[in-house]
Design a protein around this ligand. Structure first.
Ligand code: COA
Length: 321
């Protein structure tokens, strides 16, 4: 029994914001942002929501697979910026799509969320509980960013990407790994609502993302290659046998560091972060959809997907396209 990706989709907010635009908000420059991150532009919501973006990406994934929403059995949304506490974004997307048969729930593993959701879907399908799953990573990070903090506001963007996976006879996903290190949670965090009940009333504050960028950078360059080696080992492959590395798009220098550690040419690491920034859980499925639509994914190709982020969380997957 195997599981393969049979459709991809993505959706980005209409409005774009350049590095030049950011220089009017904080003390920064196009040169600094490009040099330290590789980012040039990002899409920022002026009304699009985690639900509307995810629903659009999911619809495109269904169309690209030639399937109807009524056939979906499991619907997972990876997000750390849901619209509501309840109901979850996945139930709202289910309603928008008319995926009436699907069991739907959200999963938050920050920027590794898409990989954790993919792994969850695979476990359900392997257990024989479902035949297919629609999985999206969707974020409107712009609402939890402090737009006066130049060390974070230049990095992130909004968007959603989705894949449809289905049970198949052979090929598809060969190995997946996922890991968490809660001990390092403080290096990248955003608080939730304060305690407010008849016994305790903490004055409400507006929570924003806070980050120790250097710690996150070091963690990514160290852990992502070892996680990739772990899945390659499980699949009996070497780093050189992989055609494309579809990695979380956080920083060009992180991707360069990973390519160096794996001793694999950078041209096997497609990037779109110059146009979209870091979209957390949406980054991998959006890039995958772009590659798919550009015809760069040929049947039989070996791909590695790998993400990392707040938690800290990280994961990797190796698959045959
Ligand atoms: N524009 C101009 N200067 C900036 C700046 C900006 N947007 N942001 C920070 N700086 C300044 C700092 O204040 C510091 O100034 P100082 O030397 O006077 O104190 C200087 O640039 C260097 O800051 P530093 O944090 O050491 O830069 P860096 O090379 O580590 O790059 C990041 C910062 C955030 C780009 C980098 O650490 C990074 O990408 N980390 C990973 C973050 C990430 O990907 N998070 C999401 C993971 S899912």
């Amino acid at each position: 029994m195997a599981i393969r990706i049979i459709g991809t989709g993505s959706a980005l907010p209409e409005k774009t914001m350049t590095n030049e635009d950011l220089t009017r908000l904080v003390d920064t420059s196009d040169e600094w942002i490009r040099e330290r991150t590789g980012i040039g532009t990002r899409h920022i919501s002026t009304g699009e929501t985690v639900v509307s973006l995810a629903a659009q990406a999911c619809q495109h994934a269904l169309e690209s697979a030639g399937r109807d929403a009524s056939e979906v059995e499991l619907l997972l949304i990876a997000t750390c910026t849901p619209e509501r506490g309840i109901p979850c974004a996945a139930c709202q997307v289910q309603n928008e799509l008319g995926a009436a048969q699907a069991a739907a729930f959200d999963l938050n593993a920050a920027c590794a969320g898409f990989l954790f959701a993919l792994n969850t879907a695979c476990a359900y399908i392997e257990a024989g509980i479902y035949q297919n799953a629609l999985i999206a990573g969707s974020e409107v990070l712009s609402k939890i960013i402090d737009w006066t903090d130049r060390s974070t506001c230049v990095l992130f963007g909004d968007g959603a990407g989705a894949v449809l996976v289905e049970r198949c006879e052979q090929g598809g996903i060969l190995a997946i790994a996922q890991h968490s290190d809660g001990n390092k949670g403080a290096v990248l965090q955003c608080d939730g609502r304060e305690l407010h009940n008849p016994f305790v009333d903490v004055p409400a504050t507006v929570p924003y993302v806070r980050m120790d960028g250097r710690e996150v950078f070091a963690f990514a360059v160290r852990q992502v290659p070892s996680c990739i080696q772990e899945v390659l080992g499980k699949a009996g492959l070497t780093a050189g046998e992989v055609d494309l590395y579809v990695l979380h798009q956080a920083n060009k220098r992180i991707i360069e560091g990973i390519s160096k550690r794996l001793a694999v040419d950078l041209d096997r690491f497609p990037m779109n972060l110059d146009r979209v920034g870091n979209m957390s859980s949406a980054a991998i499925p959006v890039l995958l959809d772009e590659l798919n639509r550009e015809g760069r994914l040929r049947e039989g190709m070996t791909l590695v997907l790998s993400g990392f982020g707040a938690g800290l969380t990280y994961g990797a997957c190796v698959l045959k396209w």
